[in-house]
Write a protein of this length. Structure first.
Lengths: 120, 120
DNA sequence: CTGCATCCTTAATGATACTG
DNA sequence: CAGTATCATTAAGGATGCAG
């Protein structure tokens, strides 16, 4: 029971859905990749190593729908499409970059903990 | 190509797996729930509204394995088990709490963006 | 190049019943 | 109370072929 208007701890609160979207590895990597400026679809696919075309497309659509990034299509041949963070999306850069840094900085500690756990 | 020792953008880097674990709604909510102190299994299940027993158990095991929290079992009747963040887990409180706050603070903006997108 | 449609496989989550 | 085990369901992810 909370009197806050929005509470991610409440299963049916829309903010819970919102949290589920941003607390996601693909979202995190895409936002990190776009942190320094717009990227084309292909560049994004290379930067976010290992992502499939389908998942990249799906995730980008979701993020566009939620107002986190914009999709700009240029009528050229061959086609060129650029994705860029919106003002809203830029407010996500810091929290998500922090998660990425955490993963990189603490990976050795985590691996050690895992080894120790498994050897018990 | 990066010369950093660990890089989440590299698909096979262990830090990528680590990012996948923490960039997860259940992990975020559990860490947020434990931010102010240890909680019992049942209290955790109530706080993280909507989580099933199985998912809570599985996620707690994973987090314990990675050294993010500890599980302490008291030989009482009925049994009592407490979960508590480790020093490592406490370093996750801020970044994950930031995600939760973002979801709550920006939910209306996101909902508006979504409506606008869908009406196009 | 971008990316949609389709089909398929795997992983995540949920429901239920049962035990120390 | 805090699980475990099992089964069923759903969601996420991947592969391929084709189109603008």
């Amino acid at each position: 029971m909370s009197d806050r208007p929005w509470d991610v701890m409440v299963a049916t609160c829309p903010s819970r859905t919102s949290l589920a979207k941003i607390a996601n590895k693909w979202t995190a990597m895409i936002v990190i990749a776009l942190a320094e400026g717009p990227l084309r679809f292909g560049a994004l696919r290379e930067t976010v190593d290992g992502i499939s075309g389908k998942v990249l497309t799906d995730t980008l659509r979701d993020l566009e729908r939620d107002g986190i990034l914009t999709r700009t299509m240029y009528n050229e041949m061959p086609p060129r499409v650029e994705y860029e963070l919106t003002a809203l999306g830029r407010t996500l850069r810091e929290p998500l970059a922090a998660l990425g840094r955490w993963a990189e900085e603490h990976v050795e500690t985590v691996l050690r903990a895992r080894d120790e756990y498994d050897s018990r």
